[in-house]
Write a protein that binds this ligand. Structure first.
Ligand SMILES: *[C@@H]1O[C@H](CO)[C@@H](O)[C@H](O)[C@H]1NC(C)=O
Ligand SMILES: *[C@@H]1O[C@H](CO)[C@@H](O)[C@H](O)[C@H]1NC(C)=O
Ligand SMILES: *[C@@H]1O[C@H](CO)[C@@H](O)[C@H](O)[C@H]1NC(C)=O
Ligand SMILES: *[C@@H]1O[C@H](CO)[C@@H](O)[C@H](O)[C@H]1NC(C)=O
Ligand SMILES: *[C@@H]1O[C@H](CO)[C@@H](O)[C@H](O)[C@H]1NC(C)=O
Length: 450
């Protein structure tokens, strides 16, 4: 009998769990298994004078080795401009992700970024995803405005629970968040230098995946990049180069809106002449299927489960309204902010090898023009071969506070393509383990203010 008791309890448990997942997947009215619910979700007001608020979904660390009060917190920002961080949550790095198959069901993500860190998704700026913009006029038109709102939201979040108070904060994001991440980091440095200790944001580092950061430098790389991977011929390269220079010219004379249009022409033409499904990954036969997130989150029960107040709000993965408000901001650079950030905190840049929109070539182009005392040493640092679970995963180049990672077999939505590798990357970088160890201790790091 002794040996059968645990046996029966295992069977009962198995039956119980299979019933739970059966009812969750077979009942379209209940898209969320209970264990997939965020630890906390809701709204973070961005000012005292309006109802505008940033929607958040927070997932506590699943299996931290540290006490929760010391466990790092990651903040994720989606790009766009105007895309919802719920794309990152349910299609890339959240604990439960959707597959392209129907019916739409959530599956545990083997590469979840909240394994050993707390993970906070913010729908930024207001007007994106489930965030509320009281009026269109309140949506920020530039990076300083974006940062101001994010700062308000982050400080409010930290105040929600004493367990958040002293945790190191890492701000991460993808694509157009290559502008947001430096902008909020820079804003925090400025605020921290004038605020009292307990009011400061405990910024410990920033990570940008496949980012747009210094657009004028990045836009001139597309033709040569496509040419050398055999996607266009020399005549097409010359034509595309003319279009690229037009985007640069318009930016230089400060015609920012037209400069954004000109960049869009470059990207559209490149796609048109190559016939590629997407520039986010030139090896894909069809675009990423992240529109499953739109379908999933337009289910009323999903909205209820996430604590969305307005159930009749139509969820859009990317907001055209926000995209239009930030249209003239697209070609403006935040490189000078990154230059300040590498002097004061740690910065990780990472790209998927197959991304030809904001990928390896585009990022290296602006990094090598950085005005920073360490740039020569960074450019001369060894590009190390990086393995995860014994397999070639990519390359890591690091000098003091700046790290660049190239991930093989991935495109723009890198955590979706290489979940386990992306998890190993963020964990080892945050904890400074393996190839991400810093040999020389950088004296300026964690000084945390200008
Ligand atoms: C939690 O972490 C411990 C030690 O790091 C490990 O042995 C265990 O398998 C982990 N559990 C889960 C559910 O991941
Ligand atoms: C900006 O450039 C566009 C396209 O060349 C042009 O039509 C428009 O008049 C310019 N605007 C300004 C303010 O110079
Ligand atoms: C490229 O543009 C031309 C002219 O607008 C159009 O006829 C063609 O279908 C486009 N090709 C692709 C692959 O989008
Ligand atoms: C809820 O969303 C709907 C659809 O977007 C909108 O018409 C309505 O004004 C919203 N209600 C509130 C209270 O914001
Ligand atoms: C550290 O900070 C000092 C003063 O701001 C600066 O002169 C120095 O170049 C910095 N060192 C690095 C490696 O960023």
């Amino acid at each position: 009998m002794e040996s059968t008791t645990p046996f029966f309890s295992i069977i009962t448990t198995l039956i119980f769990y299979s019933l739970v997942s059966l009812s969750a997947s077979s009942n379209p009215n209940n898209p969320f298994p209970k264990e997939a619910l965020p630890t906390k979700s809701g709204y973070l007001p961005v000012s005292t004078s309006s109802s505008s608020a940033i929607f958040y979904a927070f997932y506590e660390a699943h299996n931290s080795t540290l006490p929760l009060s010391q466990t790092p917190l990651l903040i994720w920002l989606q790009g766009g401009p105007g895309c919802s961080s719920m794309i990152g949550n349910f299609y890339e790095l959240g604990p439960w992700t959707l597959t392209d198959e129907s019916p739409l069901t959530l599956h545990p993500n083997p590469g979840a970024w909240n394994r050993i860190f707390g993970l906070l998704f913010l729908d930024n700026p207001i007007g994106s995803g489930f965030s509320v913009a009281a009026t269109t006029q309140e949506i920020p038109t530039d990076q300083d405005g974006v940062a101001k709102h994010l700062f308000a939201a982050i400080t409010r979040f930290v105040e929600l629970d004493p367990v958040f108070k002293n945790r190191p904060i890492y701000i991460t994001g993808e694509s157009y968040a290559g502008k947001y991440v430096p902008a909020i980091g820079y804003y925090i440095l400025k605020e921290n230098s004038r605020l009292r200790g307990s009011k400061r944001v405990n910024l410990a580092g920033l990570a940008i995946g496949d980012g747009l950061t210094d657009p004028v430098t990045q836009v001139v790389t597309h033709a040569v990049n496509a040419y050398y991977i055999g996607l266009i011929n020399e005549r097409q390269r010359n034509e595309l180069e003319k279009d690229q220079l037009e985007a640069v010219r318009l930016a230089q004379i400060g015609n920012w809106s037209a400069a954004t249009d000109a960049r869009n022409v470059v990207l559209r033409k490149l796609r048109n002449v190559t016939g590629l499904a997407t520039l986010f990954d030139y090896t894909r036969k069809k675009p990423y299927g992240d529109d499953v997130v739109d379908k999933f989150l337009n289910n009323v029960e999903a909205k209820k489960a996430l604590g969305v107040k307005n159930e009749s709000l139509v969820f859009e993965g990317c907001s055209d309204v926000v995209g239009a408000v930030l249209h003239a901001d697209v070609m403006k650079s935040v490189k000078y902010m990154v230059e300040e950030l590498v002097r004061n905190t740690r910065v990780l840049l990472y790209q998927g090898q197959h991304d030809i929109q904001d990928g390896v070539v585009q990022v290296e182009a602006w990094v090598k023009t950085m005005k920073w005392e360490g740039i020569e040493d960074f450019l001369n640092a060894e590009r190390k071969i990086w393995k995860v679970n014994g397999e070639l995963a990519g390359y890591v180049q690091q000098w003091k506070s700046l790290t660049n990672v190239v991930v093989l077999g991935a495109g723009h939505l890198l955590p979706s393509d290489q979940p386990v590798t992306s998890q190993a990357m963020i964990e080892d970088w945050v904890l400074e383990k393996g190839l991400f160890q810093s040999l020389q201790h950088h004296e300026n790091v964690s000084r945390n203010s200008l």
